[in-house]
Design a protein around this ligand. Structure first.
Ligand code: NAD
Length: 278
């Protein structure tokens, strides 16, 4: 028995990678695929879209159809799909692995409600390296306290629509959580003009959008006389896809709740010796 995966956003960059991964990994089969209603992908074979040849799974336009046909749903689409996906998963009782970033408060609330009924894994980044980076960043923030200026620099390909990246924001939340700061109050997004000297308690974000960069994140801790830079570079999208499948298998065996990649990897709160701020 293999786990049937339903992919939402199947025609996108990540969606096509997820379709490909379904054919490479043991223990899974592609049960359903869905993309934006009215889009050119609807009705086409998901395998052909991914450049693999026909797999016999047509891209559906109805989220409910794709969700019902799956054992676990993986969604890497856009935030305007999130509420519909959450409600379809609630109705069908299907666990959700959510990769879509840039959710607004109502979309996030729909995900939180779903997590009362089924297992939901939500991570801004499904790579193992970034999951470890987050733990290491918390450890550094804990050790350095208010003595260092913290800046988060991220770079992505030219097609990415949200900024800063969900991963950069998650790293900012991790630092703010350890240092007892409110990110909304202390975040500074880019700088220009006569800004005056830096306020030590700010957490700065710098965004680069260029070419085909898959995803790079650096957290810079700069003190007097030394600086620490923790960097992660993703070179292939498959790293996110493989992580999402690992999360899907794990979620299929979990009780209702909202989880992140640390839970999946079994390192929640342990790598840094600090509880993960949620
Ligand atoms: P993309 O634009 O290439 O693909 C998005 C796909 O979703 C498109 O095919 C689009 O037609 C489809 N879509 C849009 N609205 C839809 C709807 N209402 N219903 C169904 N399908 C819909 O984007 P991408 O680069 O593949 O990224 C997708 C999302 O995943 C983004 O939010 C991105 O930030 C996120 N992402 C997350 C991770 C992670 O590890 N968590 C990694 C990479 C990308």
């Amino acid at each position: 028995m293999t786990l049937g995966i339903g992919i939402i956003g199947a025609a996108g960059r990540m969606g096509r990678m997820l379709v490909e991964a379904s054919q490479q990994l043991d223990g899974f089969h592609l049960a359903a695929a869905c993309d934006r209603a009215g889009g050119s992908a609807v009705g086409r074979d998901a395998g052909e879209l991914a450049g693999l040849g026909a797999l016999g799974v047509q891209v559906a336009e109805k989220v409910t159809e794709a969700v019902q046909a799956a054992d676990v749903v993986i969604d890497f689409s856009l935030p305007d799909a999130t509420e519909r996906v959450a409600s379809a998963c609630a109705d069908a009782g299907r666990p959700l692995v959510l990769g879509t970033t840039g959710l607004g408060p109502e979309q996030q609330a729909a995900v939180d409600r779903l997590a009362e009924q089924v297992a939901v894994v939500q991570a801004a980044n499904y790579s193992t390296g970034v999951t470890l980076l987050t733990a290491l960043v918390e450890q550094a923030a804990h050790a350095l306290g208010d003595s260092a200026d913290v800046e988060i620099i991220e770079a992505h390909h030219r097609h990415k629509v949200d900024a800063p990246s969900g991963t950069a924001l998650r790293l900012g939340e991790a630092v703010a959580g350890v240092l007892g700061r409110d990110l909304h109050e202390h975040a500074v997004y880019g700088r220009e003009g006569q800004e005056g000297p830096r306020d030590r308690r700010t957490i700065g974000f710098e965004t680069i959008r260029a070419g085909d960069i898959v995803g790079e994140h650096t957290v810079l801790f700069a003190g007097d006389g030394e600086r620490l830079e923790l960097t992660h570079k993703a070179s292939r999208r498959s790293t996110f896809a493989f992580g999402a499948y690992r999360a899907a298998m794990w979620a299929s065996q979990q009780p209702p709740g909202r989880y992140d990649m640390r839970d999946v990897l079994g390192i929640a709160g342990s790598a840094a010796g600090i509880e993960s701020p949620r």
